[in-house]
Ligand binder design. Sequence first.
Ligand code: ZN
Length: 264
Amino acid sequence: MCAEEKLMKKITLSQQQFLEEAAAIFSKTRSAVALTGAGISVESGIDDFRSPGGLWSKFAPDEYATLSTFRQNPQKAWKLYRALGRGIIGKEPNPAHYVLAQLEKKKMLKGVVTQNIDNLHQDSGSSHVLEIHGDHKHLQCLGCGDLGPLPPQILDDHAVPQCAHCSRPLKPNVVLFGENVRHMDEIQQLIHRCDILMVIGTSAQVYPAAALPEQVKSMGGLIYEFNIEETVLTRAENYEAVGSDYFFQGSASTMLQLFLDALV
Ligand code: ZN
């Protein structure tokens, strides 16, 4: 194989020369997995927390989004949780979410590993969704372990909701700093058999998502990256170990629809 063939292959709307090749390889897989992040939900109107003006600029995560803040001052922590919930509630999936749900129905996608808490993958019809950081639709009691649906009116309330069973303060069922991420055993099982990892709307720089692309590549798998901007995966100097094999540059909905059309 010559050096040129080992380079990442970029697919844009104006330059699609590698699209058929990427689609042909993908159509033979039965073990692909999608890893998604904030970028896939931006087109649904949910801002990336890290973007300028995003949630983290108003509520410093190390001040508001920690387990110790919730334990010591739940009233303060709930200021963040309410802003978080209001930014998500009522939002609907966009075409990118629906493409992944279709790929799962076609038996071309084993599951979605997401860093998002917005439930939009499930709302679009995906059934095998592993939420690393939990979900915003439930309230969790750290005292007795109770888990129940989040009543939307709580987002307009000013009191900290309390557990009906043990009266302790409730928190959203999202992973705070200081808590363990979730579903790692199931994710490892999926990734262990994964031959193509679709990285969508995330730069995959934060653990545990950051470890997954390298793991897939170390087993001979490929990375299909869907992002607007280049990332560490796109620019990886050690391309064969960690870099993207195909980079679909553009909005997630546009590029995933393009990809789906090329598969059919
Ligand atoms: Zn309780």
